[in-house]
Design a protein around this ligand. Structure first.
Ligand SMILES: [Zn+2]
Ligand SMILES: [Zn+2]
Length: 176
């Protein structure tokens, strides 16, 4: 997700550019990856750097929070962030980190890397409890069988997990 922006940074403030975003796979965290990313980044030359307005769609690949099967969910990623170059594109002079603090930067080779910003915004818009299907039956708590494929041979649990939860809640109330 790296783009050379040395030319763009030499343009007057207010100049606009568009980058086409296409990426097959981007690491998100230990449990998820972003795939099939497509979209655009509209760049605007500002007095400090480049303002990127990103609009993209992608798939999040992760595991079902109930049965651990691989899942894929579509997400939209939209954000606006200013990227500040670490060196002056014309003089080559290093810009003090104070001007570039708490934000995204363009490295000293004037490469704009959208990877980290896409990763952060994708994590914000990704589902916190992904499901392989809305009514995923999950795993048997006794033997671990994936119940989407059929019932296991464990004896039926009295009440099931909703009653167990209700019992837990009742206990909490008794205690308080
Ligand atoms: Zn599932
Ligand atoms: Zn079982």
């Amino acid at each position: 997700m790296r783009f050379r922006v040395s030319q763009e940074l030499r343009q007057p403030v207010g100049t606009e550019f568009t980058l086409e975003l296409r990426h097959r796979s981007l690491f998100l965290d230990d449990d998820a990856a972003l795939t099939d990313l497509r979209g655009n980044a509209d760049l605007l030359r500002t007095d400090r750097g480049l303002l990127a307005m990103v609009s993209a769609t992608a798939q999040i690949r992760s595991t079902c929070s109930r049965c651990l099967a691989p899942t894929k969910s579509p997400i939209e990623i939209d954000f606006k962030e200013e990227f500040i170059p670490l060196i002056d594109p014309v003089s080559g002079k290093h810009i003090t980190p104070a001007e570039a603090e708490d934000g995204f930067v363009i490295d000293a080779r004037l490469m704009l890397d959208l990877g980290e910003s896409l990763r952060q915004y994708a994590l914000i818009s990704s589902p916190s409890k992904p499901l392989c299907q809305p009514d995923c039956a999950g795993l048997c708590s006794t033997c671990g069988t994936n119940l989407n494929g059929g019932l296991c041979s464990c004896p039926p649990q009295t009440g099931g997990r909703w009653q167990a939860l209700a019992a837990l809640n009742a206990k909490d109330h008794e205690g308080s």
